[in-house]
Design a binder for this molecule. Structure first.
Ligand SMILES: Cc1ncc(COP(=O)(O)O)c(C=O)c1O
Length: 452
């Protein structure tokens, strides 16, 4: 057996990590070797509570025998045939049917892909070709939300409202415009929440009119903002207003539920909280429980119908899009969610976690607790009344994250935003442990940085 140091040396030299900050890799990289429920073990035998569910994927926990069995059975039968040309496989048919049953409205035609970026890329290409097929060939524009992440491929990157993700890869693809999210008007411009929604919608309406609705193919957004901004929850009025605006102008509405969908908010899909159904929804991450890579862009029959004419073909696809065995894993994952009533359980445990996190307000640097279901964030601030950020930004947040690692807990931070998105199977005892360790790290940080 190779020593930890030998493995780290080989890893540093030969493995190119994704979104890896060199300084962190140099500090103390971890090598994970085993998972069980909410826990992971590294190669040196250290145990960690996984509060971010392997990057928001292992929603039913690590090491579920039901999924292993489904994967093994499918591997023995037929490991893979692509969703290609005129060929289907049984798991992909059954999974698409199951999605049609659990997804809201008429979202019922699944284009399977390998990851969230591919799903968003596919949804946007679907929208452009949808209008191209109908002779509206200058209807190519895409509106996307500032501060939201859409993915790493060129198209998804171009729809990402955070310049850090694209400034080194310029030029972005042409035809993308950006609007501010509702929370921006509350937090950055100081409007109260009701007013923020009205102004956000007014500005979005003006942007659509300014650009010319007949030039816009799609508006894409994550209904609840992702971990980068810490799960801001929009108002029903705003969400319904966005839907009406798109309907008025025939713009396709795409919801990116790659991160926030699939039971994590206490409904099967996030948009159900406001009874607003998009024309295309993208899903990924927790879709196969993290067992195998799988995502999808799911459209309504109305959108798909345009591609069903005899001389039409969606000119897009991937070799491994909707891998046969990944579809079998996703079906087993959905079965667990249904059998264990994890959607309802998430609403309950989310409320409990929220209650516990709210208790952290006793620390002066705990500025804002927000989120929905089991997607919650604690933002550390210098002054919670004025939203003044800590300086230097991210120093305390990263210290808290590193301290949590030392205490045996994986915690994700984005600068001073601490993010909690555990498996939906989390127990009350595990919530208590998670919040207890977070509190210990925050208390120590207050001491260390003179914020007590
Ligand atoms: C909201 C959102 N969309 C898209 C993506 C891209 O998904 P993937 O990393 O699977 O390509 C992510 C990933 O974090 C995401 O959070």
């Amino acid at each position: 057996m190779r020593s930890h140091d030998e493995l780290v040396e080989a890893a540093r030299k030969h493995v190119w990590l994704h979104f890896a900050h060199y300084e962190d890799v140099e500090k103390r990289p971890k090598i994970f070797v085993r998972g069980e429920g909410m826990y992971l073990w590294d190669d040196e035998g250290n145990k960690y509570l996984d509060t971010f569910a392997s990057l928001l994927t292992t929603i039913c926990g690590h090491h579920r025998p039901e999924i292993h069995e489904a994967v093994q059975k499918q591997m023995e039968q037929l490991e893979f045939f692509p969703n290609y040309h005129d060929c289907y496989t049984i798991p992909s048919i059954e999974l698409a049917e199951k999605l049609a049953e659990i997804m809201p409205g008429d979202l019922s035609v699944a284009f399977f892909v390998g990851g969230g970026s591919e799903a968003n890329e596919s949804a946007m290409k679907m929208a452009r070709q949808y209008f191209w097929e109908q002779g509206q060939r200058s209807r190519t524009g895409i509106l996307a939300k500032r501060f939201s992440y859409s993915g790493a491929t060129m198209g998804a990157m171009s729809a990402t409202g955070i310049p850090w993700f694209w400034e080194t890869f310029q030029p972005r693809i042409a035809g993308y415009g950006f609007f501010n999210p509702e929370w921006y008007y509350h937090r950055e411009l100081g409007l109260d929440e009701g007013e923020a929604g009205k102004v956000a919608l007014k500005e979005l309406t003006e942007l659509v009119e300014f650009e010319g609705p007949e030039s816009i193919a799609a508006l894409t957004m994550d209904p609840v903002s992702g971990s980068n901004t810490g799960y801001w929850v929009p108002s029903e009025e705003y969400m319904q207003g966005v839907r009406s605006l798109c309907d008025k102008h025939g713009i396709l509405l795409i919801f990116d539920e790659v991160q926030v969908g699939f039971a994590k908010t206490g409904k099967w899909f996030c948009c159900e909280h406001w009874e607003v159904v998009p024309d295309i929804m993208t899903i990924g991450k927790g879709f196969s429980g993290g067992y195998l890579p799988l995502a999808a862009a799911v459209s309504t029959q109305k959108v798909a119908e345009v591609f069903r004419k005899p001389d039409s073909e969606f000119r897009h696809g991937f070799t491994f899009g909707g891998h046969t065995t990944a579809c079998a894993a996703a079906l087993a994952n959905i079965e667990i969610i249904e059998r264990e009533s994890l959607v309802e359980r998430t609403a309950e445990m989310g409320a409990y976690l929220r209650e516990k996190l709210d208790e952290l307000y006793k620390y002066p640097i705990v500025g804002h607790v927000r989120g929905i279901g089991l997607l919650l964030a604690v933002e550390l601030l210098d002054d919670r009344d004025t939203w003044k950020k800590l300086e230097p930004e991210g120093q305390i947040g990263s210290w808290v994250r590193d301290r949590c690692y030392e205490l045996g807990m994986i915690l994700r931070n984005n600068e001073d935003i601490l993010v909690f998105a555990p498996s939906l199977t989390i127990t009350k005892d595990e919530v208590d442990l998670m919040v207890g360790l977070t509190e210990q790290a925050i208390a120590e940080a207050c001491e260390k940085f003179g914020r007590a």
